[in-house]
Design a protein around this ligand. Sequence first.
Ligand code: ADP
Ligand code: TRP
Length: 335
Amino acid sequence: MRVLSGIKPTGNLHLGNYLGAVKQWVAMQDAIQAQGGETLYFIADLHGLTEWIAPAELSANTIEMTATIVAAGIDPDRSILFNQTRVPQHSELAWLLNNVARVGWLNRMTQFKDKAGKNREGASVGLYDYPVLMAADVLLYNTTHVPVGEDQKQHLELARDIAAKFNLDYDIDLFTPPEPMVSAEAPRIMSLRDASTKMSKSNPSEQARVNLVDDDDTIAAKFRKAKTDAEPLPDTVAALTDRPEAKNLVTIYAALADLTPDAVITQYAGQGFGTFKPALADLAVAKLGPIRDRMLRLLDDRAEVGKLLDQGAEKARALAAPTLLKAQRAMGLHV
Ligand code: ADP
Ligand code: TRP
């Protein structure tokens, strides 16, 4: 098994990114490697360019997100951790695959439609072509499994189609069709102010999200002030269905404590939020505080974090180069 996943360096990570993505990466690092597999994780800085971002912000985000990922438990000696730019084979393969992917396929991508909205003509070509670069990211390493959120499944289907068409068009068995891994354990964390929208860096209120850089008091205050209802917690998870705010807090508690929501409900059935929220605040501080502290310590020496990326990129290039060469040769490029 070869597992690969990427994240865009779009800004400070929040609890949703941690529980929904990074924590799953850490779990996979352990589980996959125990089975003799490999894990590769990268900062998708090239994908970060598809919507305008200030250059200084993009480069700072790349370093800060790397520090957060390492602080959260990705070990650069055990997983290959790098940024896309440092492995030029991603861009090179993306160009080759541009000639395999069909316009009709890209026209069906819902993320482009959502992000471009009514301004289709004004969207960057990069935003439109985003899924082909993502296919290159995955196919370059003969990745077998890709942990992603639900919204990225369509892009992986496209990567499978591109792999199959390349293999057919050039009569070669080069690319492995990747399997998306939408983990049943990866929770979807909702806003602490409005549980009908997901926790996101674009939530208008700071109170809606817990950032991984928040200090202990801020974390605790955000949970204490989280929107809830007046009822005590029920004795079944099913009874939370129509109580999205309560359900969200139980989901967060369970994910942070590595428990099932059922186990949390069993423990807190009949208790009010006057008890549950402080317990959740304490748990969150206990779990997130050490990650934040490690991250800040790593960021004391940003150049050192950059070096980790360089070392990871060197290992990634060694895996990527032979695949790119095979693709170039298969297509008749003189290399
Ligand atoms: P944001 O919504 O803050 O812009 P991104 O879309 O950049 O976050 O997502 C980065 C990663 O974090 C993706 O793997 C995504 O599935 C995960 N993620 C983002 N928000 C949440 C959330 N609220 N709950 C669970 N996972 C999330
Ligand atoms: N598109 C992914 C996202 O928005 C990030 C990403 C880029 C990615 N390349 C990837 C994820 C390759 C998995 C594999 O979350």
